[in-house]
Design a protein around this ligand. Structure first.
Ligand code: HEM
Ligand code: HEM
Length: 186
């Protein structure tokens, strides 16, 4: 498979970045809307897409480990290099932790996980309380719920910094960082 070079990123890196990145932005926004406005219609699609994207995320992490991180397009100041490293690590670790915590909260909370009609984990209804569920492990489900909320907030901050950084490269530095992630040779 083609590898990344300093002047051009491989099709694999570009495709995985945008499939995972845009899906994560959608899921962060949907999750936030679900919590703030109690939009229950979004829950099944959020859970199903979050479950499915996990497999692409694992492929992406494996590709990063095998291929290494892309080398910067040009020389930047030390603090910029450190900040971008921290943000890239936060983003890649966050992409792993969000689906795992979401899955654990729903599965162990008794709500189940259904992926477009494929019942991955069955719901555990409470026979004495119609419409309610019984948790398999309320403690772990509760911790996973808190983690999902907290890591979600951290990711939103990291994504905002990341997009600001990409725009700074493009508009202020006028370098090829963004164009390279769009598949162009720089
Ligand atoms: C893959 C990436 C995912 C992202 C980026 C994501 C993001 C979010 C965010 C930001 C929230 C709002 C949390 C808060 O404000 O407290 C949320 C809520 C939620 N997420 Fe996810 N999520 C993902 C995957 C999943 C998965 C795989 C599941 C379950 C299978 C799931 C189930 C839920 C549920 C049930 C809620 C609502 C919790 C509540 O109403 O209290 N999420 N998600
Ligand atoms: C509109 C939104 C986005 C833009 C414009 C954007 C832009 C970029 C650019 C230009 C790079 C290359 C940086 C370099 O050459 O050092 C990059 C890398 C990266 N981006 Fe994004 N990005 C976006 C969304 C996201 C999101 C939501 C995530 C996280 C889920 C993400 C995760 C990463 C990671 C981990 C890298 C390091 C290289 C890699 O693993 O592919 N990006 N991004």
């Amino acid at each position: 498979m083609q590898k990344d070079t300093a002047s051009q990123l491989s099709k694999t890196t570009v495709a995985l970045h945008w499939i995972v990145g845009l899906t994560m932005i959608g899921l962060l926004a949907a999750g936030q809307a679900m919590e703030m406005f109690e939009i229950y219609a979004l829950y099944p699609i959020h859970k199903a897409l979050g479950f499915l994207i996990f497999f692409v995320i694992v492929a992406r992490v494996a590709w990063r480990i095998k291929n290494g991180w892309p080398t910067p397009v040009s020389q930047y100041q030390r603090h910029e290099q450190v900040l971008s490293k921290i943000v890239h690590w936060a983003l890649i670790i966050g992409t792993l932790l969000m689906p795992i915590s979401g899955f654990l909260m729903s599965a162990l909370g008794g709500y189940g996980v259904d992926v477009f009609g494929w019942e991955v984990v069955a719901m555990n209804p409470d026979p004495e309380n119609p419409g309610k569920v019984i948790a398999h492990n309320g403690e772990i489900a509760g911790a996973a719920h808190s983690a999902h909320g907290l890591i979600g907030k951290i990711m939103m901050g990291a994504v905002a910094l990341h997009i600001a950084g990409a725009l700074k490269h493009h508009v202020v530095d006028k370098d090829g960082t963004l164009r390279r992630m769009l598949g162009k040779a720089v």
